[in-house]
Design a protein around this ligand. Structure first.
Ligand SMILES: NC(=O)c1ccc[n+]([C@@H]2O[C@H](COP(=O)([O-])OP(=O)(O)OC[C@H]3O[C@@H](n4cnc5c(N)ncnc54)[C@H](O)[C@@H]3O)[C@@H](O)[C@H]2O)c1
Length: 346
């Protein structure tokens, strides 16, 4: 039997706990240790998972090194912590976003190159089989040339969600929390972005952060895309409620992504094709074909399994530092465009 990859988890808050559970489910990984400045929290977790705990990353990067580490701490700590591990040649799964600014994201990427040690960015939706299926469909040419794309992310967050004060400040709104995942996916599916334009509004919740936004993207391929997000709309159309990744969100069996091509169009996660049979025309009957798909609720474990293969250098990271930088640049451009009203070149 091959040896399990021993992984330390740094930051055992909301996301860190999800990673600990995913490691527990993985056949390829085992939990090495936990690090968190919150002593009470790690002590209770260490009793449950029976692993050593540390209050400071210095303690694990020197003695009893893990094979790899997951960093799930607040974004402003990503740079210093990731670089510390990379310098010790310990591969890193770094939670999204790669960092809180472009300069430090570049430093993480350089450190990974310099130390010849991989970084995987935690955009876990990429490890969902639905996404590989969508990519294959687009590449197959069945849709023709992709002309335009519509992504809906309409959801309603309960008022208790906003008891955490950071969620009503800059960076805590639905753009940084939810839409960054959609941005990563759409770039993966459609390629590089040339221009970004955005409008934001806080007219419903009236917090210091957006509750609603529309984002227009122009891809280098010529395709256009609108991403439409709000956390104040009661609706069935968002990736969260349609992909079935997380049982916390009741499944609506709808779609959130609509990809329009010159030959046909595709909606997913509930894979449906729309097409004409002979002649393409809006005067002709449009047919739809729904494909049976198996919803994937194991993306975090899939991500851990993939990370173990990355650590053993069997594969390259599916979402590398550069991918993390691209979505961060687009997120940064959205913020700038919403503020200035200008179109931003990427
Ligand atoms: N992939 C996703 O869908 C997803 C979802 C939520 C959060 N995230 C990302 O995960 C990261 C953590 O977010 P969260 O919601 O879990 O936050 P959180 O506040 O719930 O947890 C962060 C943890 O880090 C600990 N911490 C703070 N400073 C530390 C330090 N110096 N050393 C060690 N531990 C320290 C805190 O005590 C806390 O337990 C962020 O980067 C966030 O963007 C990703």
């Amino acid at each position: 039997m091959t040896k399990k990859t021993k992984i330390a988890v740094v930051g055992t808050g909301l996301m860190g706990i999800q990673h600990i559970k995913a490691i527990d489910k993985s056949k390829k990984a085992s939990l090495h240790s936990l690090v968190d400045v919150n002593k009470k929290l790690i002590l209770s977790l260490s009793r449950k998972f029976k692993v050593p705990v540390f209050e400071n990353i210095k303690q694990i990067s020197t003695k009893n090194k893990p094979d790899a580490v997951i960093i799930a701490t607040p974004n402003y700590l990503h740079k210093s912590q990731a670089i510390k591990f990379l310098k010790s040649k310990i591969p890193v799964l770094l939670e999204k976003p790669i960092s809180d600014n472009i300069q430090s994201a570049k430093q993480i990427i350089n450190s990974s190159k310099k130390n010849n040690t991989p970084v995987l960015i935690g955009y876990h939706r990429r490890h969902n089989s639905i996404i590989s299926k969508a990519k294959i469909k687009i590449l197959s040419g069945k849709l023709g040339k992709i002309v335009s794309v519509n992504v809906l992310c309409w959801l309603y967050k309960h008022k208790d969600y906003y008891k955490e004060k950071w969620r009503i400040k800059k960076g805590g709104g639905p753009l940084g929390i939810n839409l960054v995942h959609d941005i990563d996916l759409i770039c993966y599916l459609l390629g590089p972005v040339k221009y970004v334009q955005a409008y934001t509004s806080n007219s419903i919740r009236k917090f210091n952060v957006e509750d609603t936004a529309i984002v227009n993207l122009v891809f280098r391929s010529g395709a256009l895309c609108t991403l439409n997000i709000s956390d104040t709309i009661v609706s069935p159309w968002s990736y969260e409620l349609t992909a079935g990744e997380n049982p916390t969100y009741p499944l609506t069996n709808q779609s959130a992504y609509f990809i329009g091509g010159t030959k046909s169009s595709l909606q997913f996660p509930n894979f449906k094709f729309w097409y004409n049979k002979k002649e393409r025309s809006w005067w002709r009957k449009i047919y739809s074909k729904e494909e049976k798909i198996k919803l994937d609720n194991n993306t975090l474990t899939n991500q851990i399994d993939h990370f173990c293969d990355v650590v053993k250098r069997k594969v390259k990271p599916k979402v590398n530092g550069n991918d993390g930088l691209i979505s961060l640049k687009i997120f940064d451009a959205i913020t700038k465009s919403a503020r200035s009203g200008k179109k931003i070149k990427i």
